[in-house]
Design a protein around this ligand. Structure first.
Ligand code: C2E
Ligand code: MG
Ligand code: MG
Ligand code: MG
Length: 287
């Protein structure tokens, strides 16, 4: 909560130590927190969309929604600059729900406009904060009702480390989402520390191989074997595999040969605003 975050940001104070650098940093965080609060009220957050390609068909199977802050003075700001503070202050909760709503609404309109692409999916990132919130499933349910999106089109991405922080409550929340027919994807897989025995008990549908492994996949490197191992593991557990950070044709060829199910990365497209995503769909390109 916010009071605790401030105490943490001002951590030195607790021990009676107060360094100049720490003070500056605390003031900066405090300012960012207030700015974030105002930005939520003014609806300055928006979603950009990066396509996810089915390696079976070569067609776009869906998009991942990635939040952007349209700052009135600083322009478009990427999540790395504000998501950590939004998580610490709890402001991530309303921010993310607004991303879920916007992304679901976009997908409904694209599904209507491009029925030949059916069934398009939408993936949205959820932070660790959401996994301990028992009201999350009802809030998502309400968004689905309001936007008219079929739950089966929605994927929620959570990282390994967010789940492992409190496996019990995370698994309970994820189970309830899956009972609603929403799919759960593990993001940045390979960067965390989940043991295989935990993994196979989690209520999940797919693993997203972290882009650091995909990017290092070249002939001279063990990372091909790592990706191969993740794909085999996932398939043995009945899970799909999405490779992220696919930047080169060689990556795509290799992933196809390894039997990877889906791929995402700059090779296909960088994240686009809604108009750009719409244009991409209308091109009906096959990779
Ligand atoms: P992520 O969920 O792993 O998202 C993929 C990130 O990789 C995106 O960065 C995307 O632009 C970038 N990317 C995609 N393809 C490539 C590629 O081929 N090469 C390289 N080098 N990068 C690629 P972005 O949009 O800056 O997002 C960064 C992270 O911020 C995301 O990583 C996600 O963890 C977080 N994020 C974004 N939106 C949200 C949100 O609504 N909630 C939360 N909690 N986190 C979010
Ligand atoms: Mg993600
Ligand atoms: Mg990812
Ligand atoms: Mg990643």
């Amino acid at each position: 909560d916010i009071a605790m975050y401030r105490a943490k940001a001002l951590g030195g104070g607790r021990k009676g130590i107060f360094e100049a650098g720490m003070h500056t940093r605390a003031m900066e965080l405090f300012r960012l927190e207030n700015e974030l609060r105002r930005a939520i009220e003014r609806e300055e957050f928006t979603a950009h969309y990066q396509p996810i390609v089915s390696l079976k068909t070569g067609l776009i199977s869906g998009f991942e929604a990635l939040v952007r802050w349209r700052h009135p003075e600083r322009g478009l700001i990427r999540p790395d600059e504000f998501v950590p503070v939004a998580e610490e202050t709890g402001l991530i909760v309303p921010l993310e729900l607004s991303v879920v709503r916007e992304a679901c609404a976009s997908l409904v309109s694209w599904q209507r406009e491009f029925p030949q692409h059916r069934p398009l999916t939408m993936s949205v990132n959820l932070s660790r904060n959401q996994l301990a919130r028992p009201e999350l499933p009802e809030q998502v349910e309400r968004i689905l009702l309001e936007t008219g999106l079929d739950a089966r089109s929605l994927r929620l991405e959570v990282t390994e480390s967010a789940i492992m922080e409190n496996v019990g409550s995370a698994a309970a929340t994820l189970s309830r989402l899956r009972d609603m027919n929403i799919r759960v994807h593990i993001d940045d897989f390979g960067m965390g520390y989940s043991s295989l025995s935990v993994l196979h008990q989690l209520p999940i549908d797919a693993l997203k191989v972290d882009r650091s492994f995909v990017g290092r996949m070249d002939g001279a490197n063990d990372d091909v074997e790592i990706v191969q191992t993740i794909i085999t593991l996932a398939h043995n557990l009945g899970l799909d595999v999405v490779a992220e950070g696919v930047e080169r044709e060689e990556h795509l060829d290799r992933l196809r040969r390894l039997g990877c199910d889906y791929a995402q990365g700059f090779l296909f497209s960088e994240p686009l605003d809604a108009a750009g995503a719409r244009r991409l769909l209308s091109a009906y390109r096959r990779w």
